[in-house]
Design a protein around this ligand. Sequence first.
Ligand SMILES: [Zn+2]
Length: 459
Amino acid sequence: MNKIRNRSLIVWFIVIAFIGGMIYFSINLIIHADVWASKPQNAHLGTDGMGEAGVITDRNGNTLAYSENGTRYYNSDESIRCSLLHTIGDEGRNIGGAVQNVYRSELSGFSFIFGLGLPDGLTFGRNIQLTVDSELSKTAYEALGDNKGAVFVYNYKTGEIIAKVSAPTYDPANIPAIDDDEAYEGVYVDRSINATYPPGSTFKLVTSAAALENMSISELENRTYNCTGSDTIGGNTITCYETHGEESFKEALAHSCNCYFAQLAVDLGADKMTEQANKMGFNKSVSIGSIDTASSKYDVSEADQNELGWSGVGQYTDLASPMTMAIISGAIANGGTPTLPYLVSQVSLPFGIPTIPQGGKSGSQMLSSENASILSDMMRYTVENEYNGGGFNGEICAKTGTAEVGEGKSAHAWVTGFSRDESCPLAFAVIVEHGDSGYLAALPVAAEVMNKALQIYSE
Ligand SMILES: [Zn+2]
């Protein structure tokens, strides 16, 4: 009896000692981590020293970056390196949201408990697995060509970011002279998450959602409008690119009729428009794990009625990041509630013990599931009837946009949408800066990317 009691006492002592040790270590890490990171003698944390950092892999385990004998190496394919620059980063700290910057401490291992205080050579970093697909990222990079712009693709069911590509970019293994070269203007900005643009007609999805959420479907179906190419709304002119004639709600979205949607925004009013924009991710900062992203903006507090009309078609002072538009599409695809995107799927020790994988968290509801289904069908109708299938091989729902950016400058080209294929549940947004036409410049990029994704997911 006594023997058993003694043995269980010993077990309890070990357990308590272990827990106590862990708590001590954790506190020590929290207190000392920053101090340790800034010590200049800690060579593997300098701006140029990722020489002992852990391995970064893509969702399929392909190596994207690793270190050997004090040198950092990247994937052997130059297009993959360029496509993932803004996601992985180089060894400097120029790209704010890059994994090698944000997760530098995990990668270089300074916060790793056995690495604390050990001499160089005995420390080792953790490995990071990302949710991205390097082949799809390469396709997105190549589809953008010489344009400036971005592609954001994510799984709207799980939240995994599959491709996050920004252009211009450069090769982290062969860094060019960037200063004062116009081709590299804004090269350090990840345009997919940290740049905002006028959303143009892609914003008609938000105005449509506001109408569906606040008007009855019969009221919307009975609402007809005769577009003559321009109209006086709120005391001033709203113009369309062409004359659309008599049209229903569904047809007006497919035609992308400015006059119809400007009138709809004015009829809904500033409060309801603002409420719906806020529900759909505007005026709110969103982060991807530890990575900050730019807030999209919708503010009609100072707008007159005509400006409110323009705000309903994605002009006025509206601004959106590609990620915001992709999440809106993802929510429409996912029954009205988005799964929020994430990028780091696993942080593990070199000998293979994984941490608990981060999952995609559910965001707050953007619209009812009935209205999401109606809007999904309207986007599918748009692709079939207005874009002639859009070059997509699968059942894709989409909305293009051509966003005016001031006189004398060509417009930004947008498209956002999603696949209704259960085996390839991806939502996307593409922007081509000064592409002049969403249909001509952004839609073909999305088609190339989504066709490649459909191919990858069917394998
Ligand atoms: Zn029109």
